[in-house]
Design a binder for this molecule. Structure first.
Ligand code: ZN
Length: 296
């Protein structure tokens, strides 16, 4: 299985257009590499590729990745579809870049499919796509020899969903376990996680590589208010630090290669010279650049 990290930044990209914090300024000055919005691509056979989320930077990401170029015919592409983990804008708006591509399959959990209904109807007018339920019993098989199961990891509802409309407390956030039947390699893709759980811990412990939500360094770095499915309690996102953060929690059962992605511009892990990055490296956590490739 080949995995390409097409983008590794959180929703604003790195740097966001409207921030002049120290890290963002360092990026504009050329002292740190810039990053596009989080999104990845995976293949089992090198010919059939599947996107893991669809970022707003998708056109540039696809253009920059030789394996995803169109060909042989003038309208042929190796892209077969998309697996969505959630309905956040930085994970779904790239679907608009794909409009008109024939026969794509876009897997998503039921609450995500429901909230995207208007966009789905619009996209299907360019070219009809399939929108399978990612949580269907038994998982699903992707062209190229990949077997996938989806796993609920949170109920955070996107901020654009009207608060007055009661929403189901369903699986708004899912992680994917992707297994290559030929190599036996297992990837866990979890770039949007509400909180650490025994189920996620089991999933990660049995993988070869885990792409983990590294959005917020500390719990108090979470900026925008979010709400749960009940519309009541505010829920957050998995922080990097703390006993159940994305560094310490998976380290309790080491084995899988752990890579943080979807980094927010406030996250000191963006700076390779930071003490935070040094500590994370000591714990075995990696931070890679856009375009990095993994072989599993
Ligand atoms: Zn900033």
């Amino acid at each position: 299985m080949r995995v390409v990290l097409l983008g590794t930044a959180a929703g604003g990209g790195f740097p966001p257009w409207n921030c002049a914090c120290a890290l963002c300024t360092a990026t504009r000055d050329g002292r740190l590499p810039s990053r596009t919005r989080e999104c990845a691509a995976v293949t089992g056979n090198g010919r059939d590729w599947w996107l893991l989320n669809a970022s707003p930077d998708l056109r540039a990401q696809l253009t920059a990745t030789p394996a995803l170029r169109p060909g042989r015919g003038p309208r042929d592409t190796p892209l077969r579809g998309v697996l969505l983990t959630d309905a956040e804008p930085d994970h779904v708006t790239g679907l608009a870049e794909l409009r008109g591509a024939a026969g794509l399959k876009v897997y998503a959990a039921p609450p995500v499919r429901d909230v995207l209904a208007p966009a789905r109807a619009a996209l299907d007018r360019y070219a009809p796509w399939e929108w399978p339920d990612s949580l269907a019993e038994g998982g699903f098989v992707l062209a190229g020899g990949l077997v996938v199961t989806a796993h609920p990891v949170g109920v955070k509802i996107p901020a654009y969903v009207p608060a007055q409309a009661p929403q189901p407390a369903g699986p708004w956030m899912t992680a994917y376990r992707v297994e290559d039947l030929a190599s036996g390699g297992v990837l866990v893709y979890a770039p949007c996680v509400a909180a650490w759980s025994p189920a996620l811990e089991n999933l990660c412990a049995q993988a070869d590589c885990v792409l983990l939500d590294g959005t917020f360094f500390a719990a108090d770095a979470m900026g925008t208010a979010v709400r749960s499915g009940s519309g009541q309690a505010a829920v957050g996102q998995l922080p990097v630090t703390g006993p159940d953060g994305s560094v310490a929690a998976p380290a309790r059962r080491p084995g899988a290669r752990r890579i943080h992605t979807r980094l927010d511009h406030t996250n000191p892990l963006l700076d390779p010279a930071s003490p935070a990055r040094e500590r994370a490296a000591e714990e075995g956590v990696e931070v890679l650049l856009d375009g990095a490739e993994l072989l599993l």
